[in-house]
Design a protein around this ligand. Structure first.
Ligand code: NIG
Ligand code: FE
Length: 411
């Protein structure tokens, strides 16, 4: 089936040969074609170009995009979408003065979500999570990474990963799974962190690998959670099973997580709200993508990742939502793009590069997602009638999406 999107006011993020990512000054460049066409065959982009160069071939469908912009769907490289219930009460507790840390120390936080998830059936967890998948697709996300980490027991972690797998088979959105067994220390292991790590490494990880339930491995490398040494131990173990690191680092404190990520060839290091000069330096000449999560900073009222500094140093940057019940109950990439422009002083071009091609790279999907390129997935957003793509971040708190196509189908 061939579909033509015709008379596109502006086609965004086009490329003739697929690039891996964009860094530094290049991030200010967003290649576009005005008065464009886009031709798709089944789930793949077949051709694109200027309307005047369109050879009149016979097509099955025509979508007239007069006055509208077309851009690749968002690539959200960091989420925890599979969870049970919510943490609305903690939101109120924070309004009333408790900190995120105090709530966690009182048995709330990640342990609160783990308690809920452990007693939720796999079927129910699937239903709750599928709603969020449907919601983010409507908001323009075409590829997403989802972590485990609210299970914290063998059964519950595997339950989460099986739900992620099932979501991937049942929805057109591309889903990548990450094993985050080392997200927090369960109460039973309160004074036995090394026992819990051994349990994660020896009891859960081999099954995750054997059943092919995750491609990536993650750990919350943070004061009060897991140390740099713990991180090294886990990443070494993951490496043996071919799991690639994508890790939570520098959210509240800078303790050397970025360095250990780079040492173990992490695909990404995520959060980075607290960055020292040496944390930025070690990322230079590495293949590790720094990932910022501005909605998390917004919701928790913590500092924003110094994204300007990261890009001005010549590094790439990806942006993701961190959709989870505790620190970011939102999977809206349109809000992420706006917040990056407003609070991190990214230009619209930088923010769109960070949420498309660089987000794809941070999930190992740059060959198939993240740009309008012949042979890539036919994943794109058709906007409402807007004056220009800068209107997307400008109209914050809103979105400018009219239609979303994933794998060639309007969702
Ligand atoms: O990325 N920081 C660690 N993990 C999540 C939040 C976990 C939670 O509060 O449930 C995050 O912010
Ligand atoms: Fe996270």
């Amino acid at each position: 089936m061939i579909t033509l999107i015709s008379n596109i006011k502006e086609l965004i993020q086009v490329e003739d040969s697929p690039k891996k990512m964009v860094s530094g000054k290049e991030m200010k460049i967003l290649p576009t074609i005005k008065n464009a066409f886009l031709l798709i065959e089944n789930d793949i982009i077949k051709d694109f170009g200027n309307m005047k160069d369109f050879n009149n071939i016979s097509v099955d469908n025509v979508v007239d995009a007069s006055g509208r912009t077309v851009l690749p769907t968002w690539c959200d490289s960091h989420t925890h979408i599979v969870y049970a219930g919510n943490r609305e009460q903690e939101f109120i507790d924070r309004i009333n003065g408790l900190s995120y840390e105090e709530i966690a120390n009182n048995g709330g936080g990640i342990l609160n979500s783990a308690k809920k998830l452990q007693t939720t059936s796999e079927e129910d967890l699937y239903i709750q999570s599928a709603k969020r998948i449907e919601e983010i697709m409507q908001l323009g996300t075409g590829a997403v990474e989802i972590k485990s980490g609210y299970g914290l027991t063998k059964d519950a972690e595997l339950k989460m990963l099986r739900v992620i797998k099932k979501l991937n088979s049942n929805y057109p959105i591309t889903i990548k799974a990450t094993f985050l067994g080392a997200h927090a220390l369960p109460i039973e292991f309160k004074n036995n962190k090394s026992d819990y790590l051994d349990y994660v490494i020896n009891e859960i990880l081999p099954i995750v690998a054997k059943e092919n339930l995750a491609e990536f491995i993650d750990i919350f490398c943070e004061t009060g959670y897991f140390s740099v040494e713990d991180t090294e131990q886990l990443l070494k173990a993951g490496e043996k099973f071919g799991l690639i690191p994508k890790i939570h680092v520098n959210q509240f404190t800078a303790i050397g997580g970025v360095q250990i990520g780079v040492k173990y060839n992490a695909l990404s290091v995520d959060h980075l709200e607290e960055m020292r000069a040496k944390d930025i330096d070690v990322l230079k000449n590495s293949k590790t993508m720094p990932v910022a999560l501005p909605s998390c900073s917004y919701f928790l009222g913590i500092p924003y990742t110094p994204a300007r500094k990261i890009i001005d140093t010549g590094l790439p940057l990806a942006l993701a939502t961190d959709y989870n019940p505790g620190s970011t109950p939102s999977g809206n990439m349109n809000f992420v793009v706006s917040t990056a422009c407003i609070k991190m002083r990214l230009t619209p071009e930088e923010a769109i590069n960070a949420t498309t091609i660089n987000g794809a790279y941070a999930m190992g999907l740059e060959k198939t997602h993240g740009s309008i390129c012949r042979g890539k997935k036919a994943n794109f957003i058709l906007t409402k009638k807007i004056p220009s793509y800068g209107f997307i971040p400008y109209s914050f708190g809103n979105h400018q999406i009219d239609q979303v196509f994933i794998e060639g189908l309007k969702i």
